[in-house]
Write a protein that binds this ligand. Structure first.
Ligand SMILES: [Zn+2]
Length: 83
């Protein structure tokens, strides 16, 4: 009934993978597994979308605290003077 320890029937499909972590989908459980380092989070598709939006907001807001990195002052500063 409530025994979910056995993972023999699960087939995880890797949706995305990077240096940071990876996201896998299990069709049988209809859930997603987000793995970052040693942490593994089980999410619903709804939760993943919410988390994605949350992280995007955090990234955007982070730039407000790091204006020097957000604005590229090295390129496009000088107008090219060509005749
Ligand atoms: Zn599963």
């Amino acid at each position: 009934m409530g025994e979910s320890a056995a993972t023999g029937g699960c087939e995880h499909i890797t949706l995305a993978k990077s240096k940071t972590g990876q996201v896998a989908y299990c069709a049988e459980c209809e859930s997603l597994v987000l793995s970052v380092g040693f942490i593994s989070l089980r999410l619903t598709t709804e939760a993943l979308e919410g988390l994605s939006a949350l992280l995007q907001s955090a990234t955007t807001n982070l730039r407000n605290f790091m204006p020097e990195q957000a604005v590229d002052t090295h390129t496009g500063q000088r107008p090219s003077e060509m005749h």
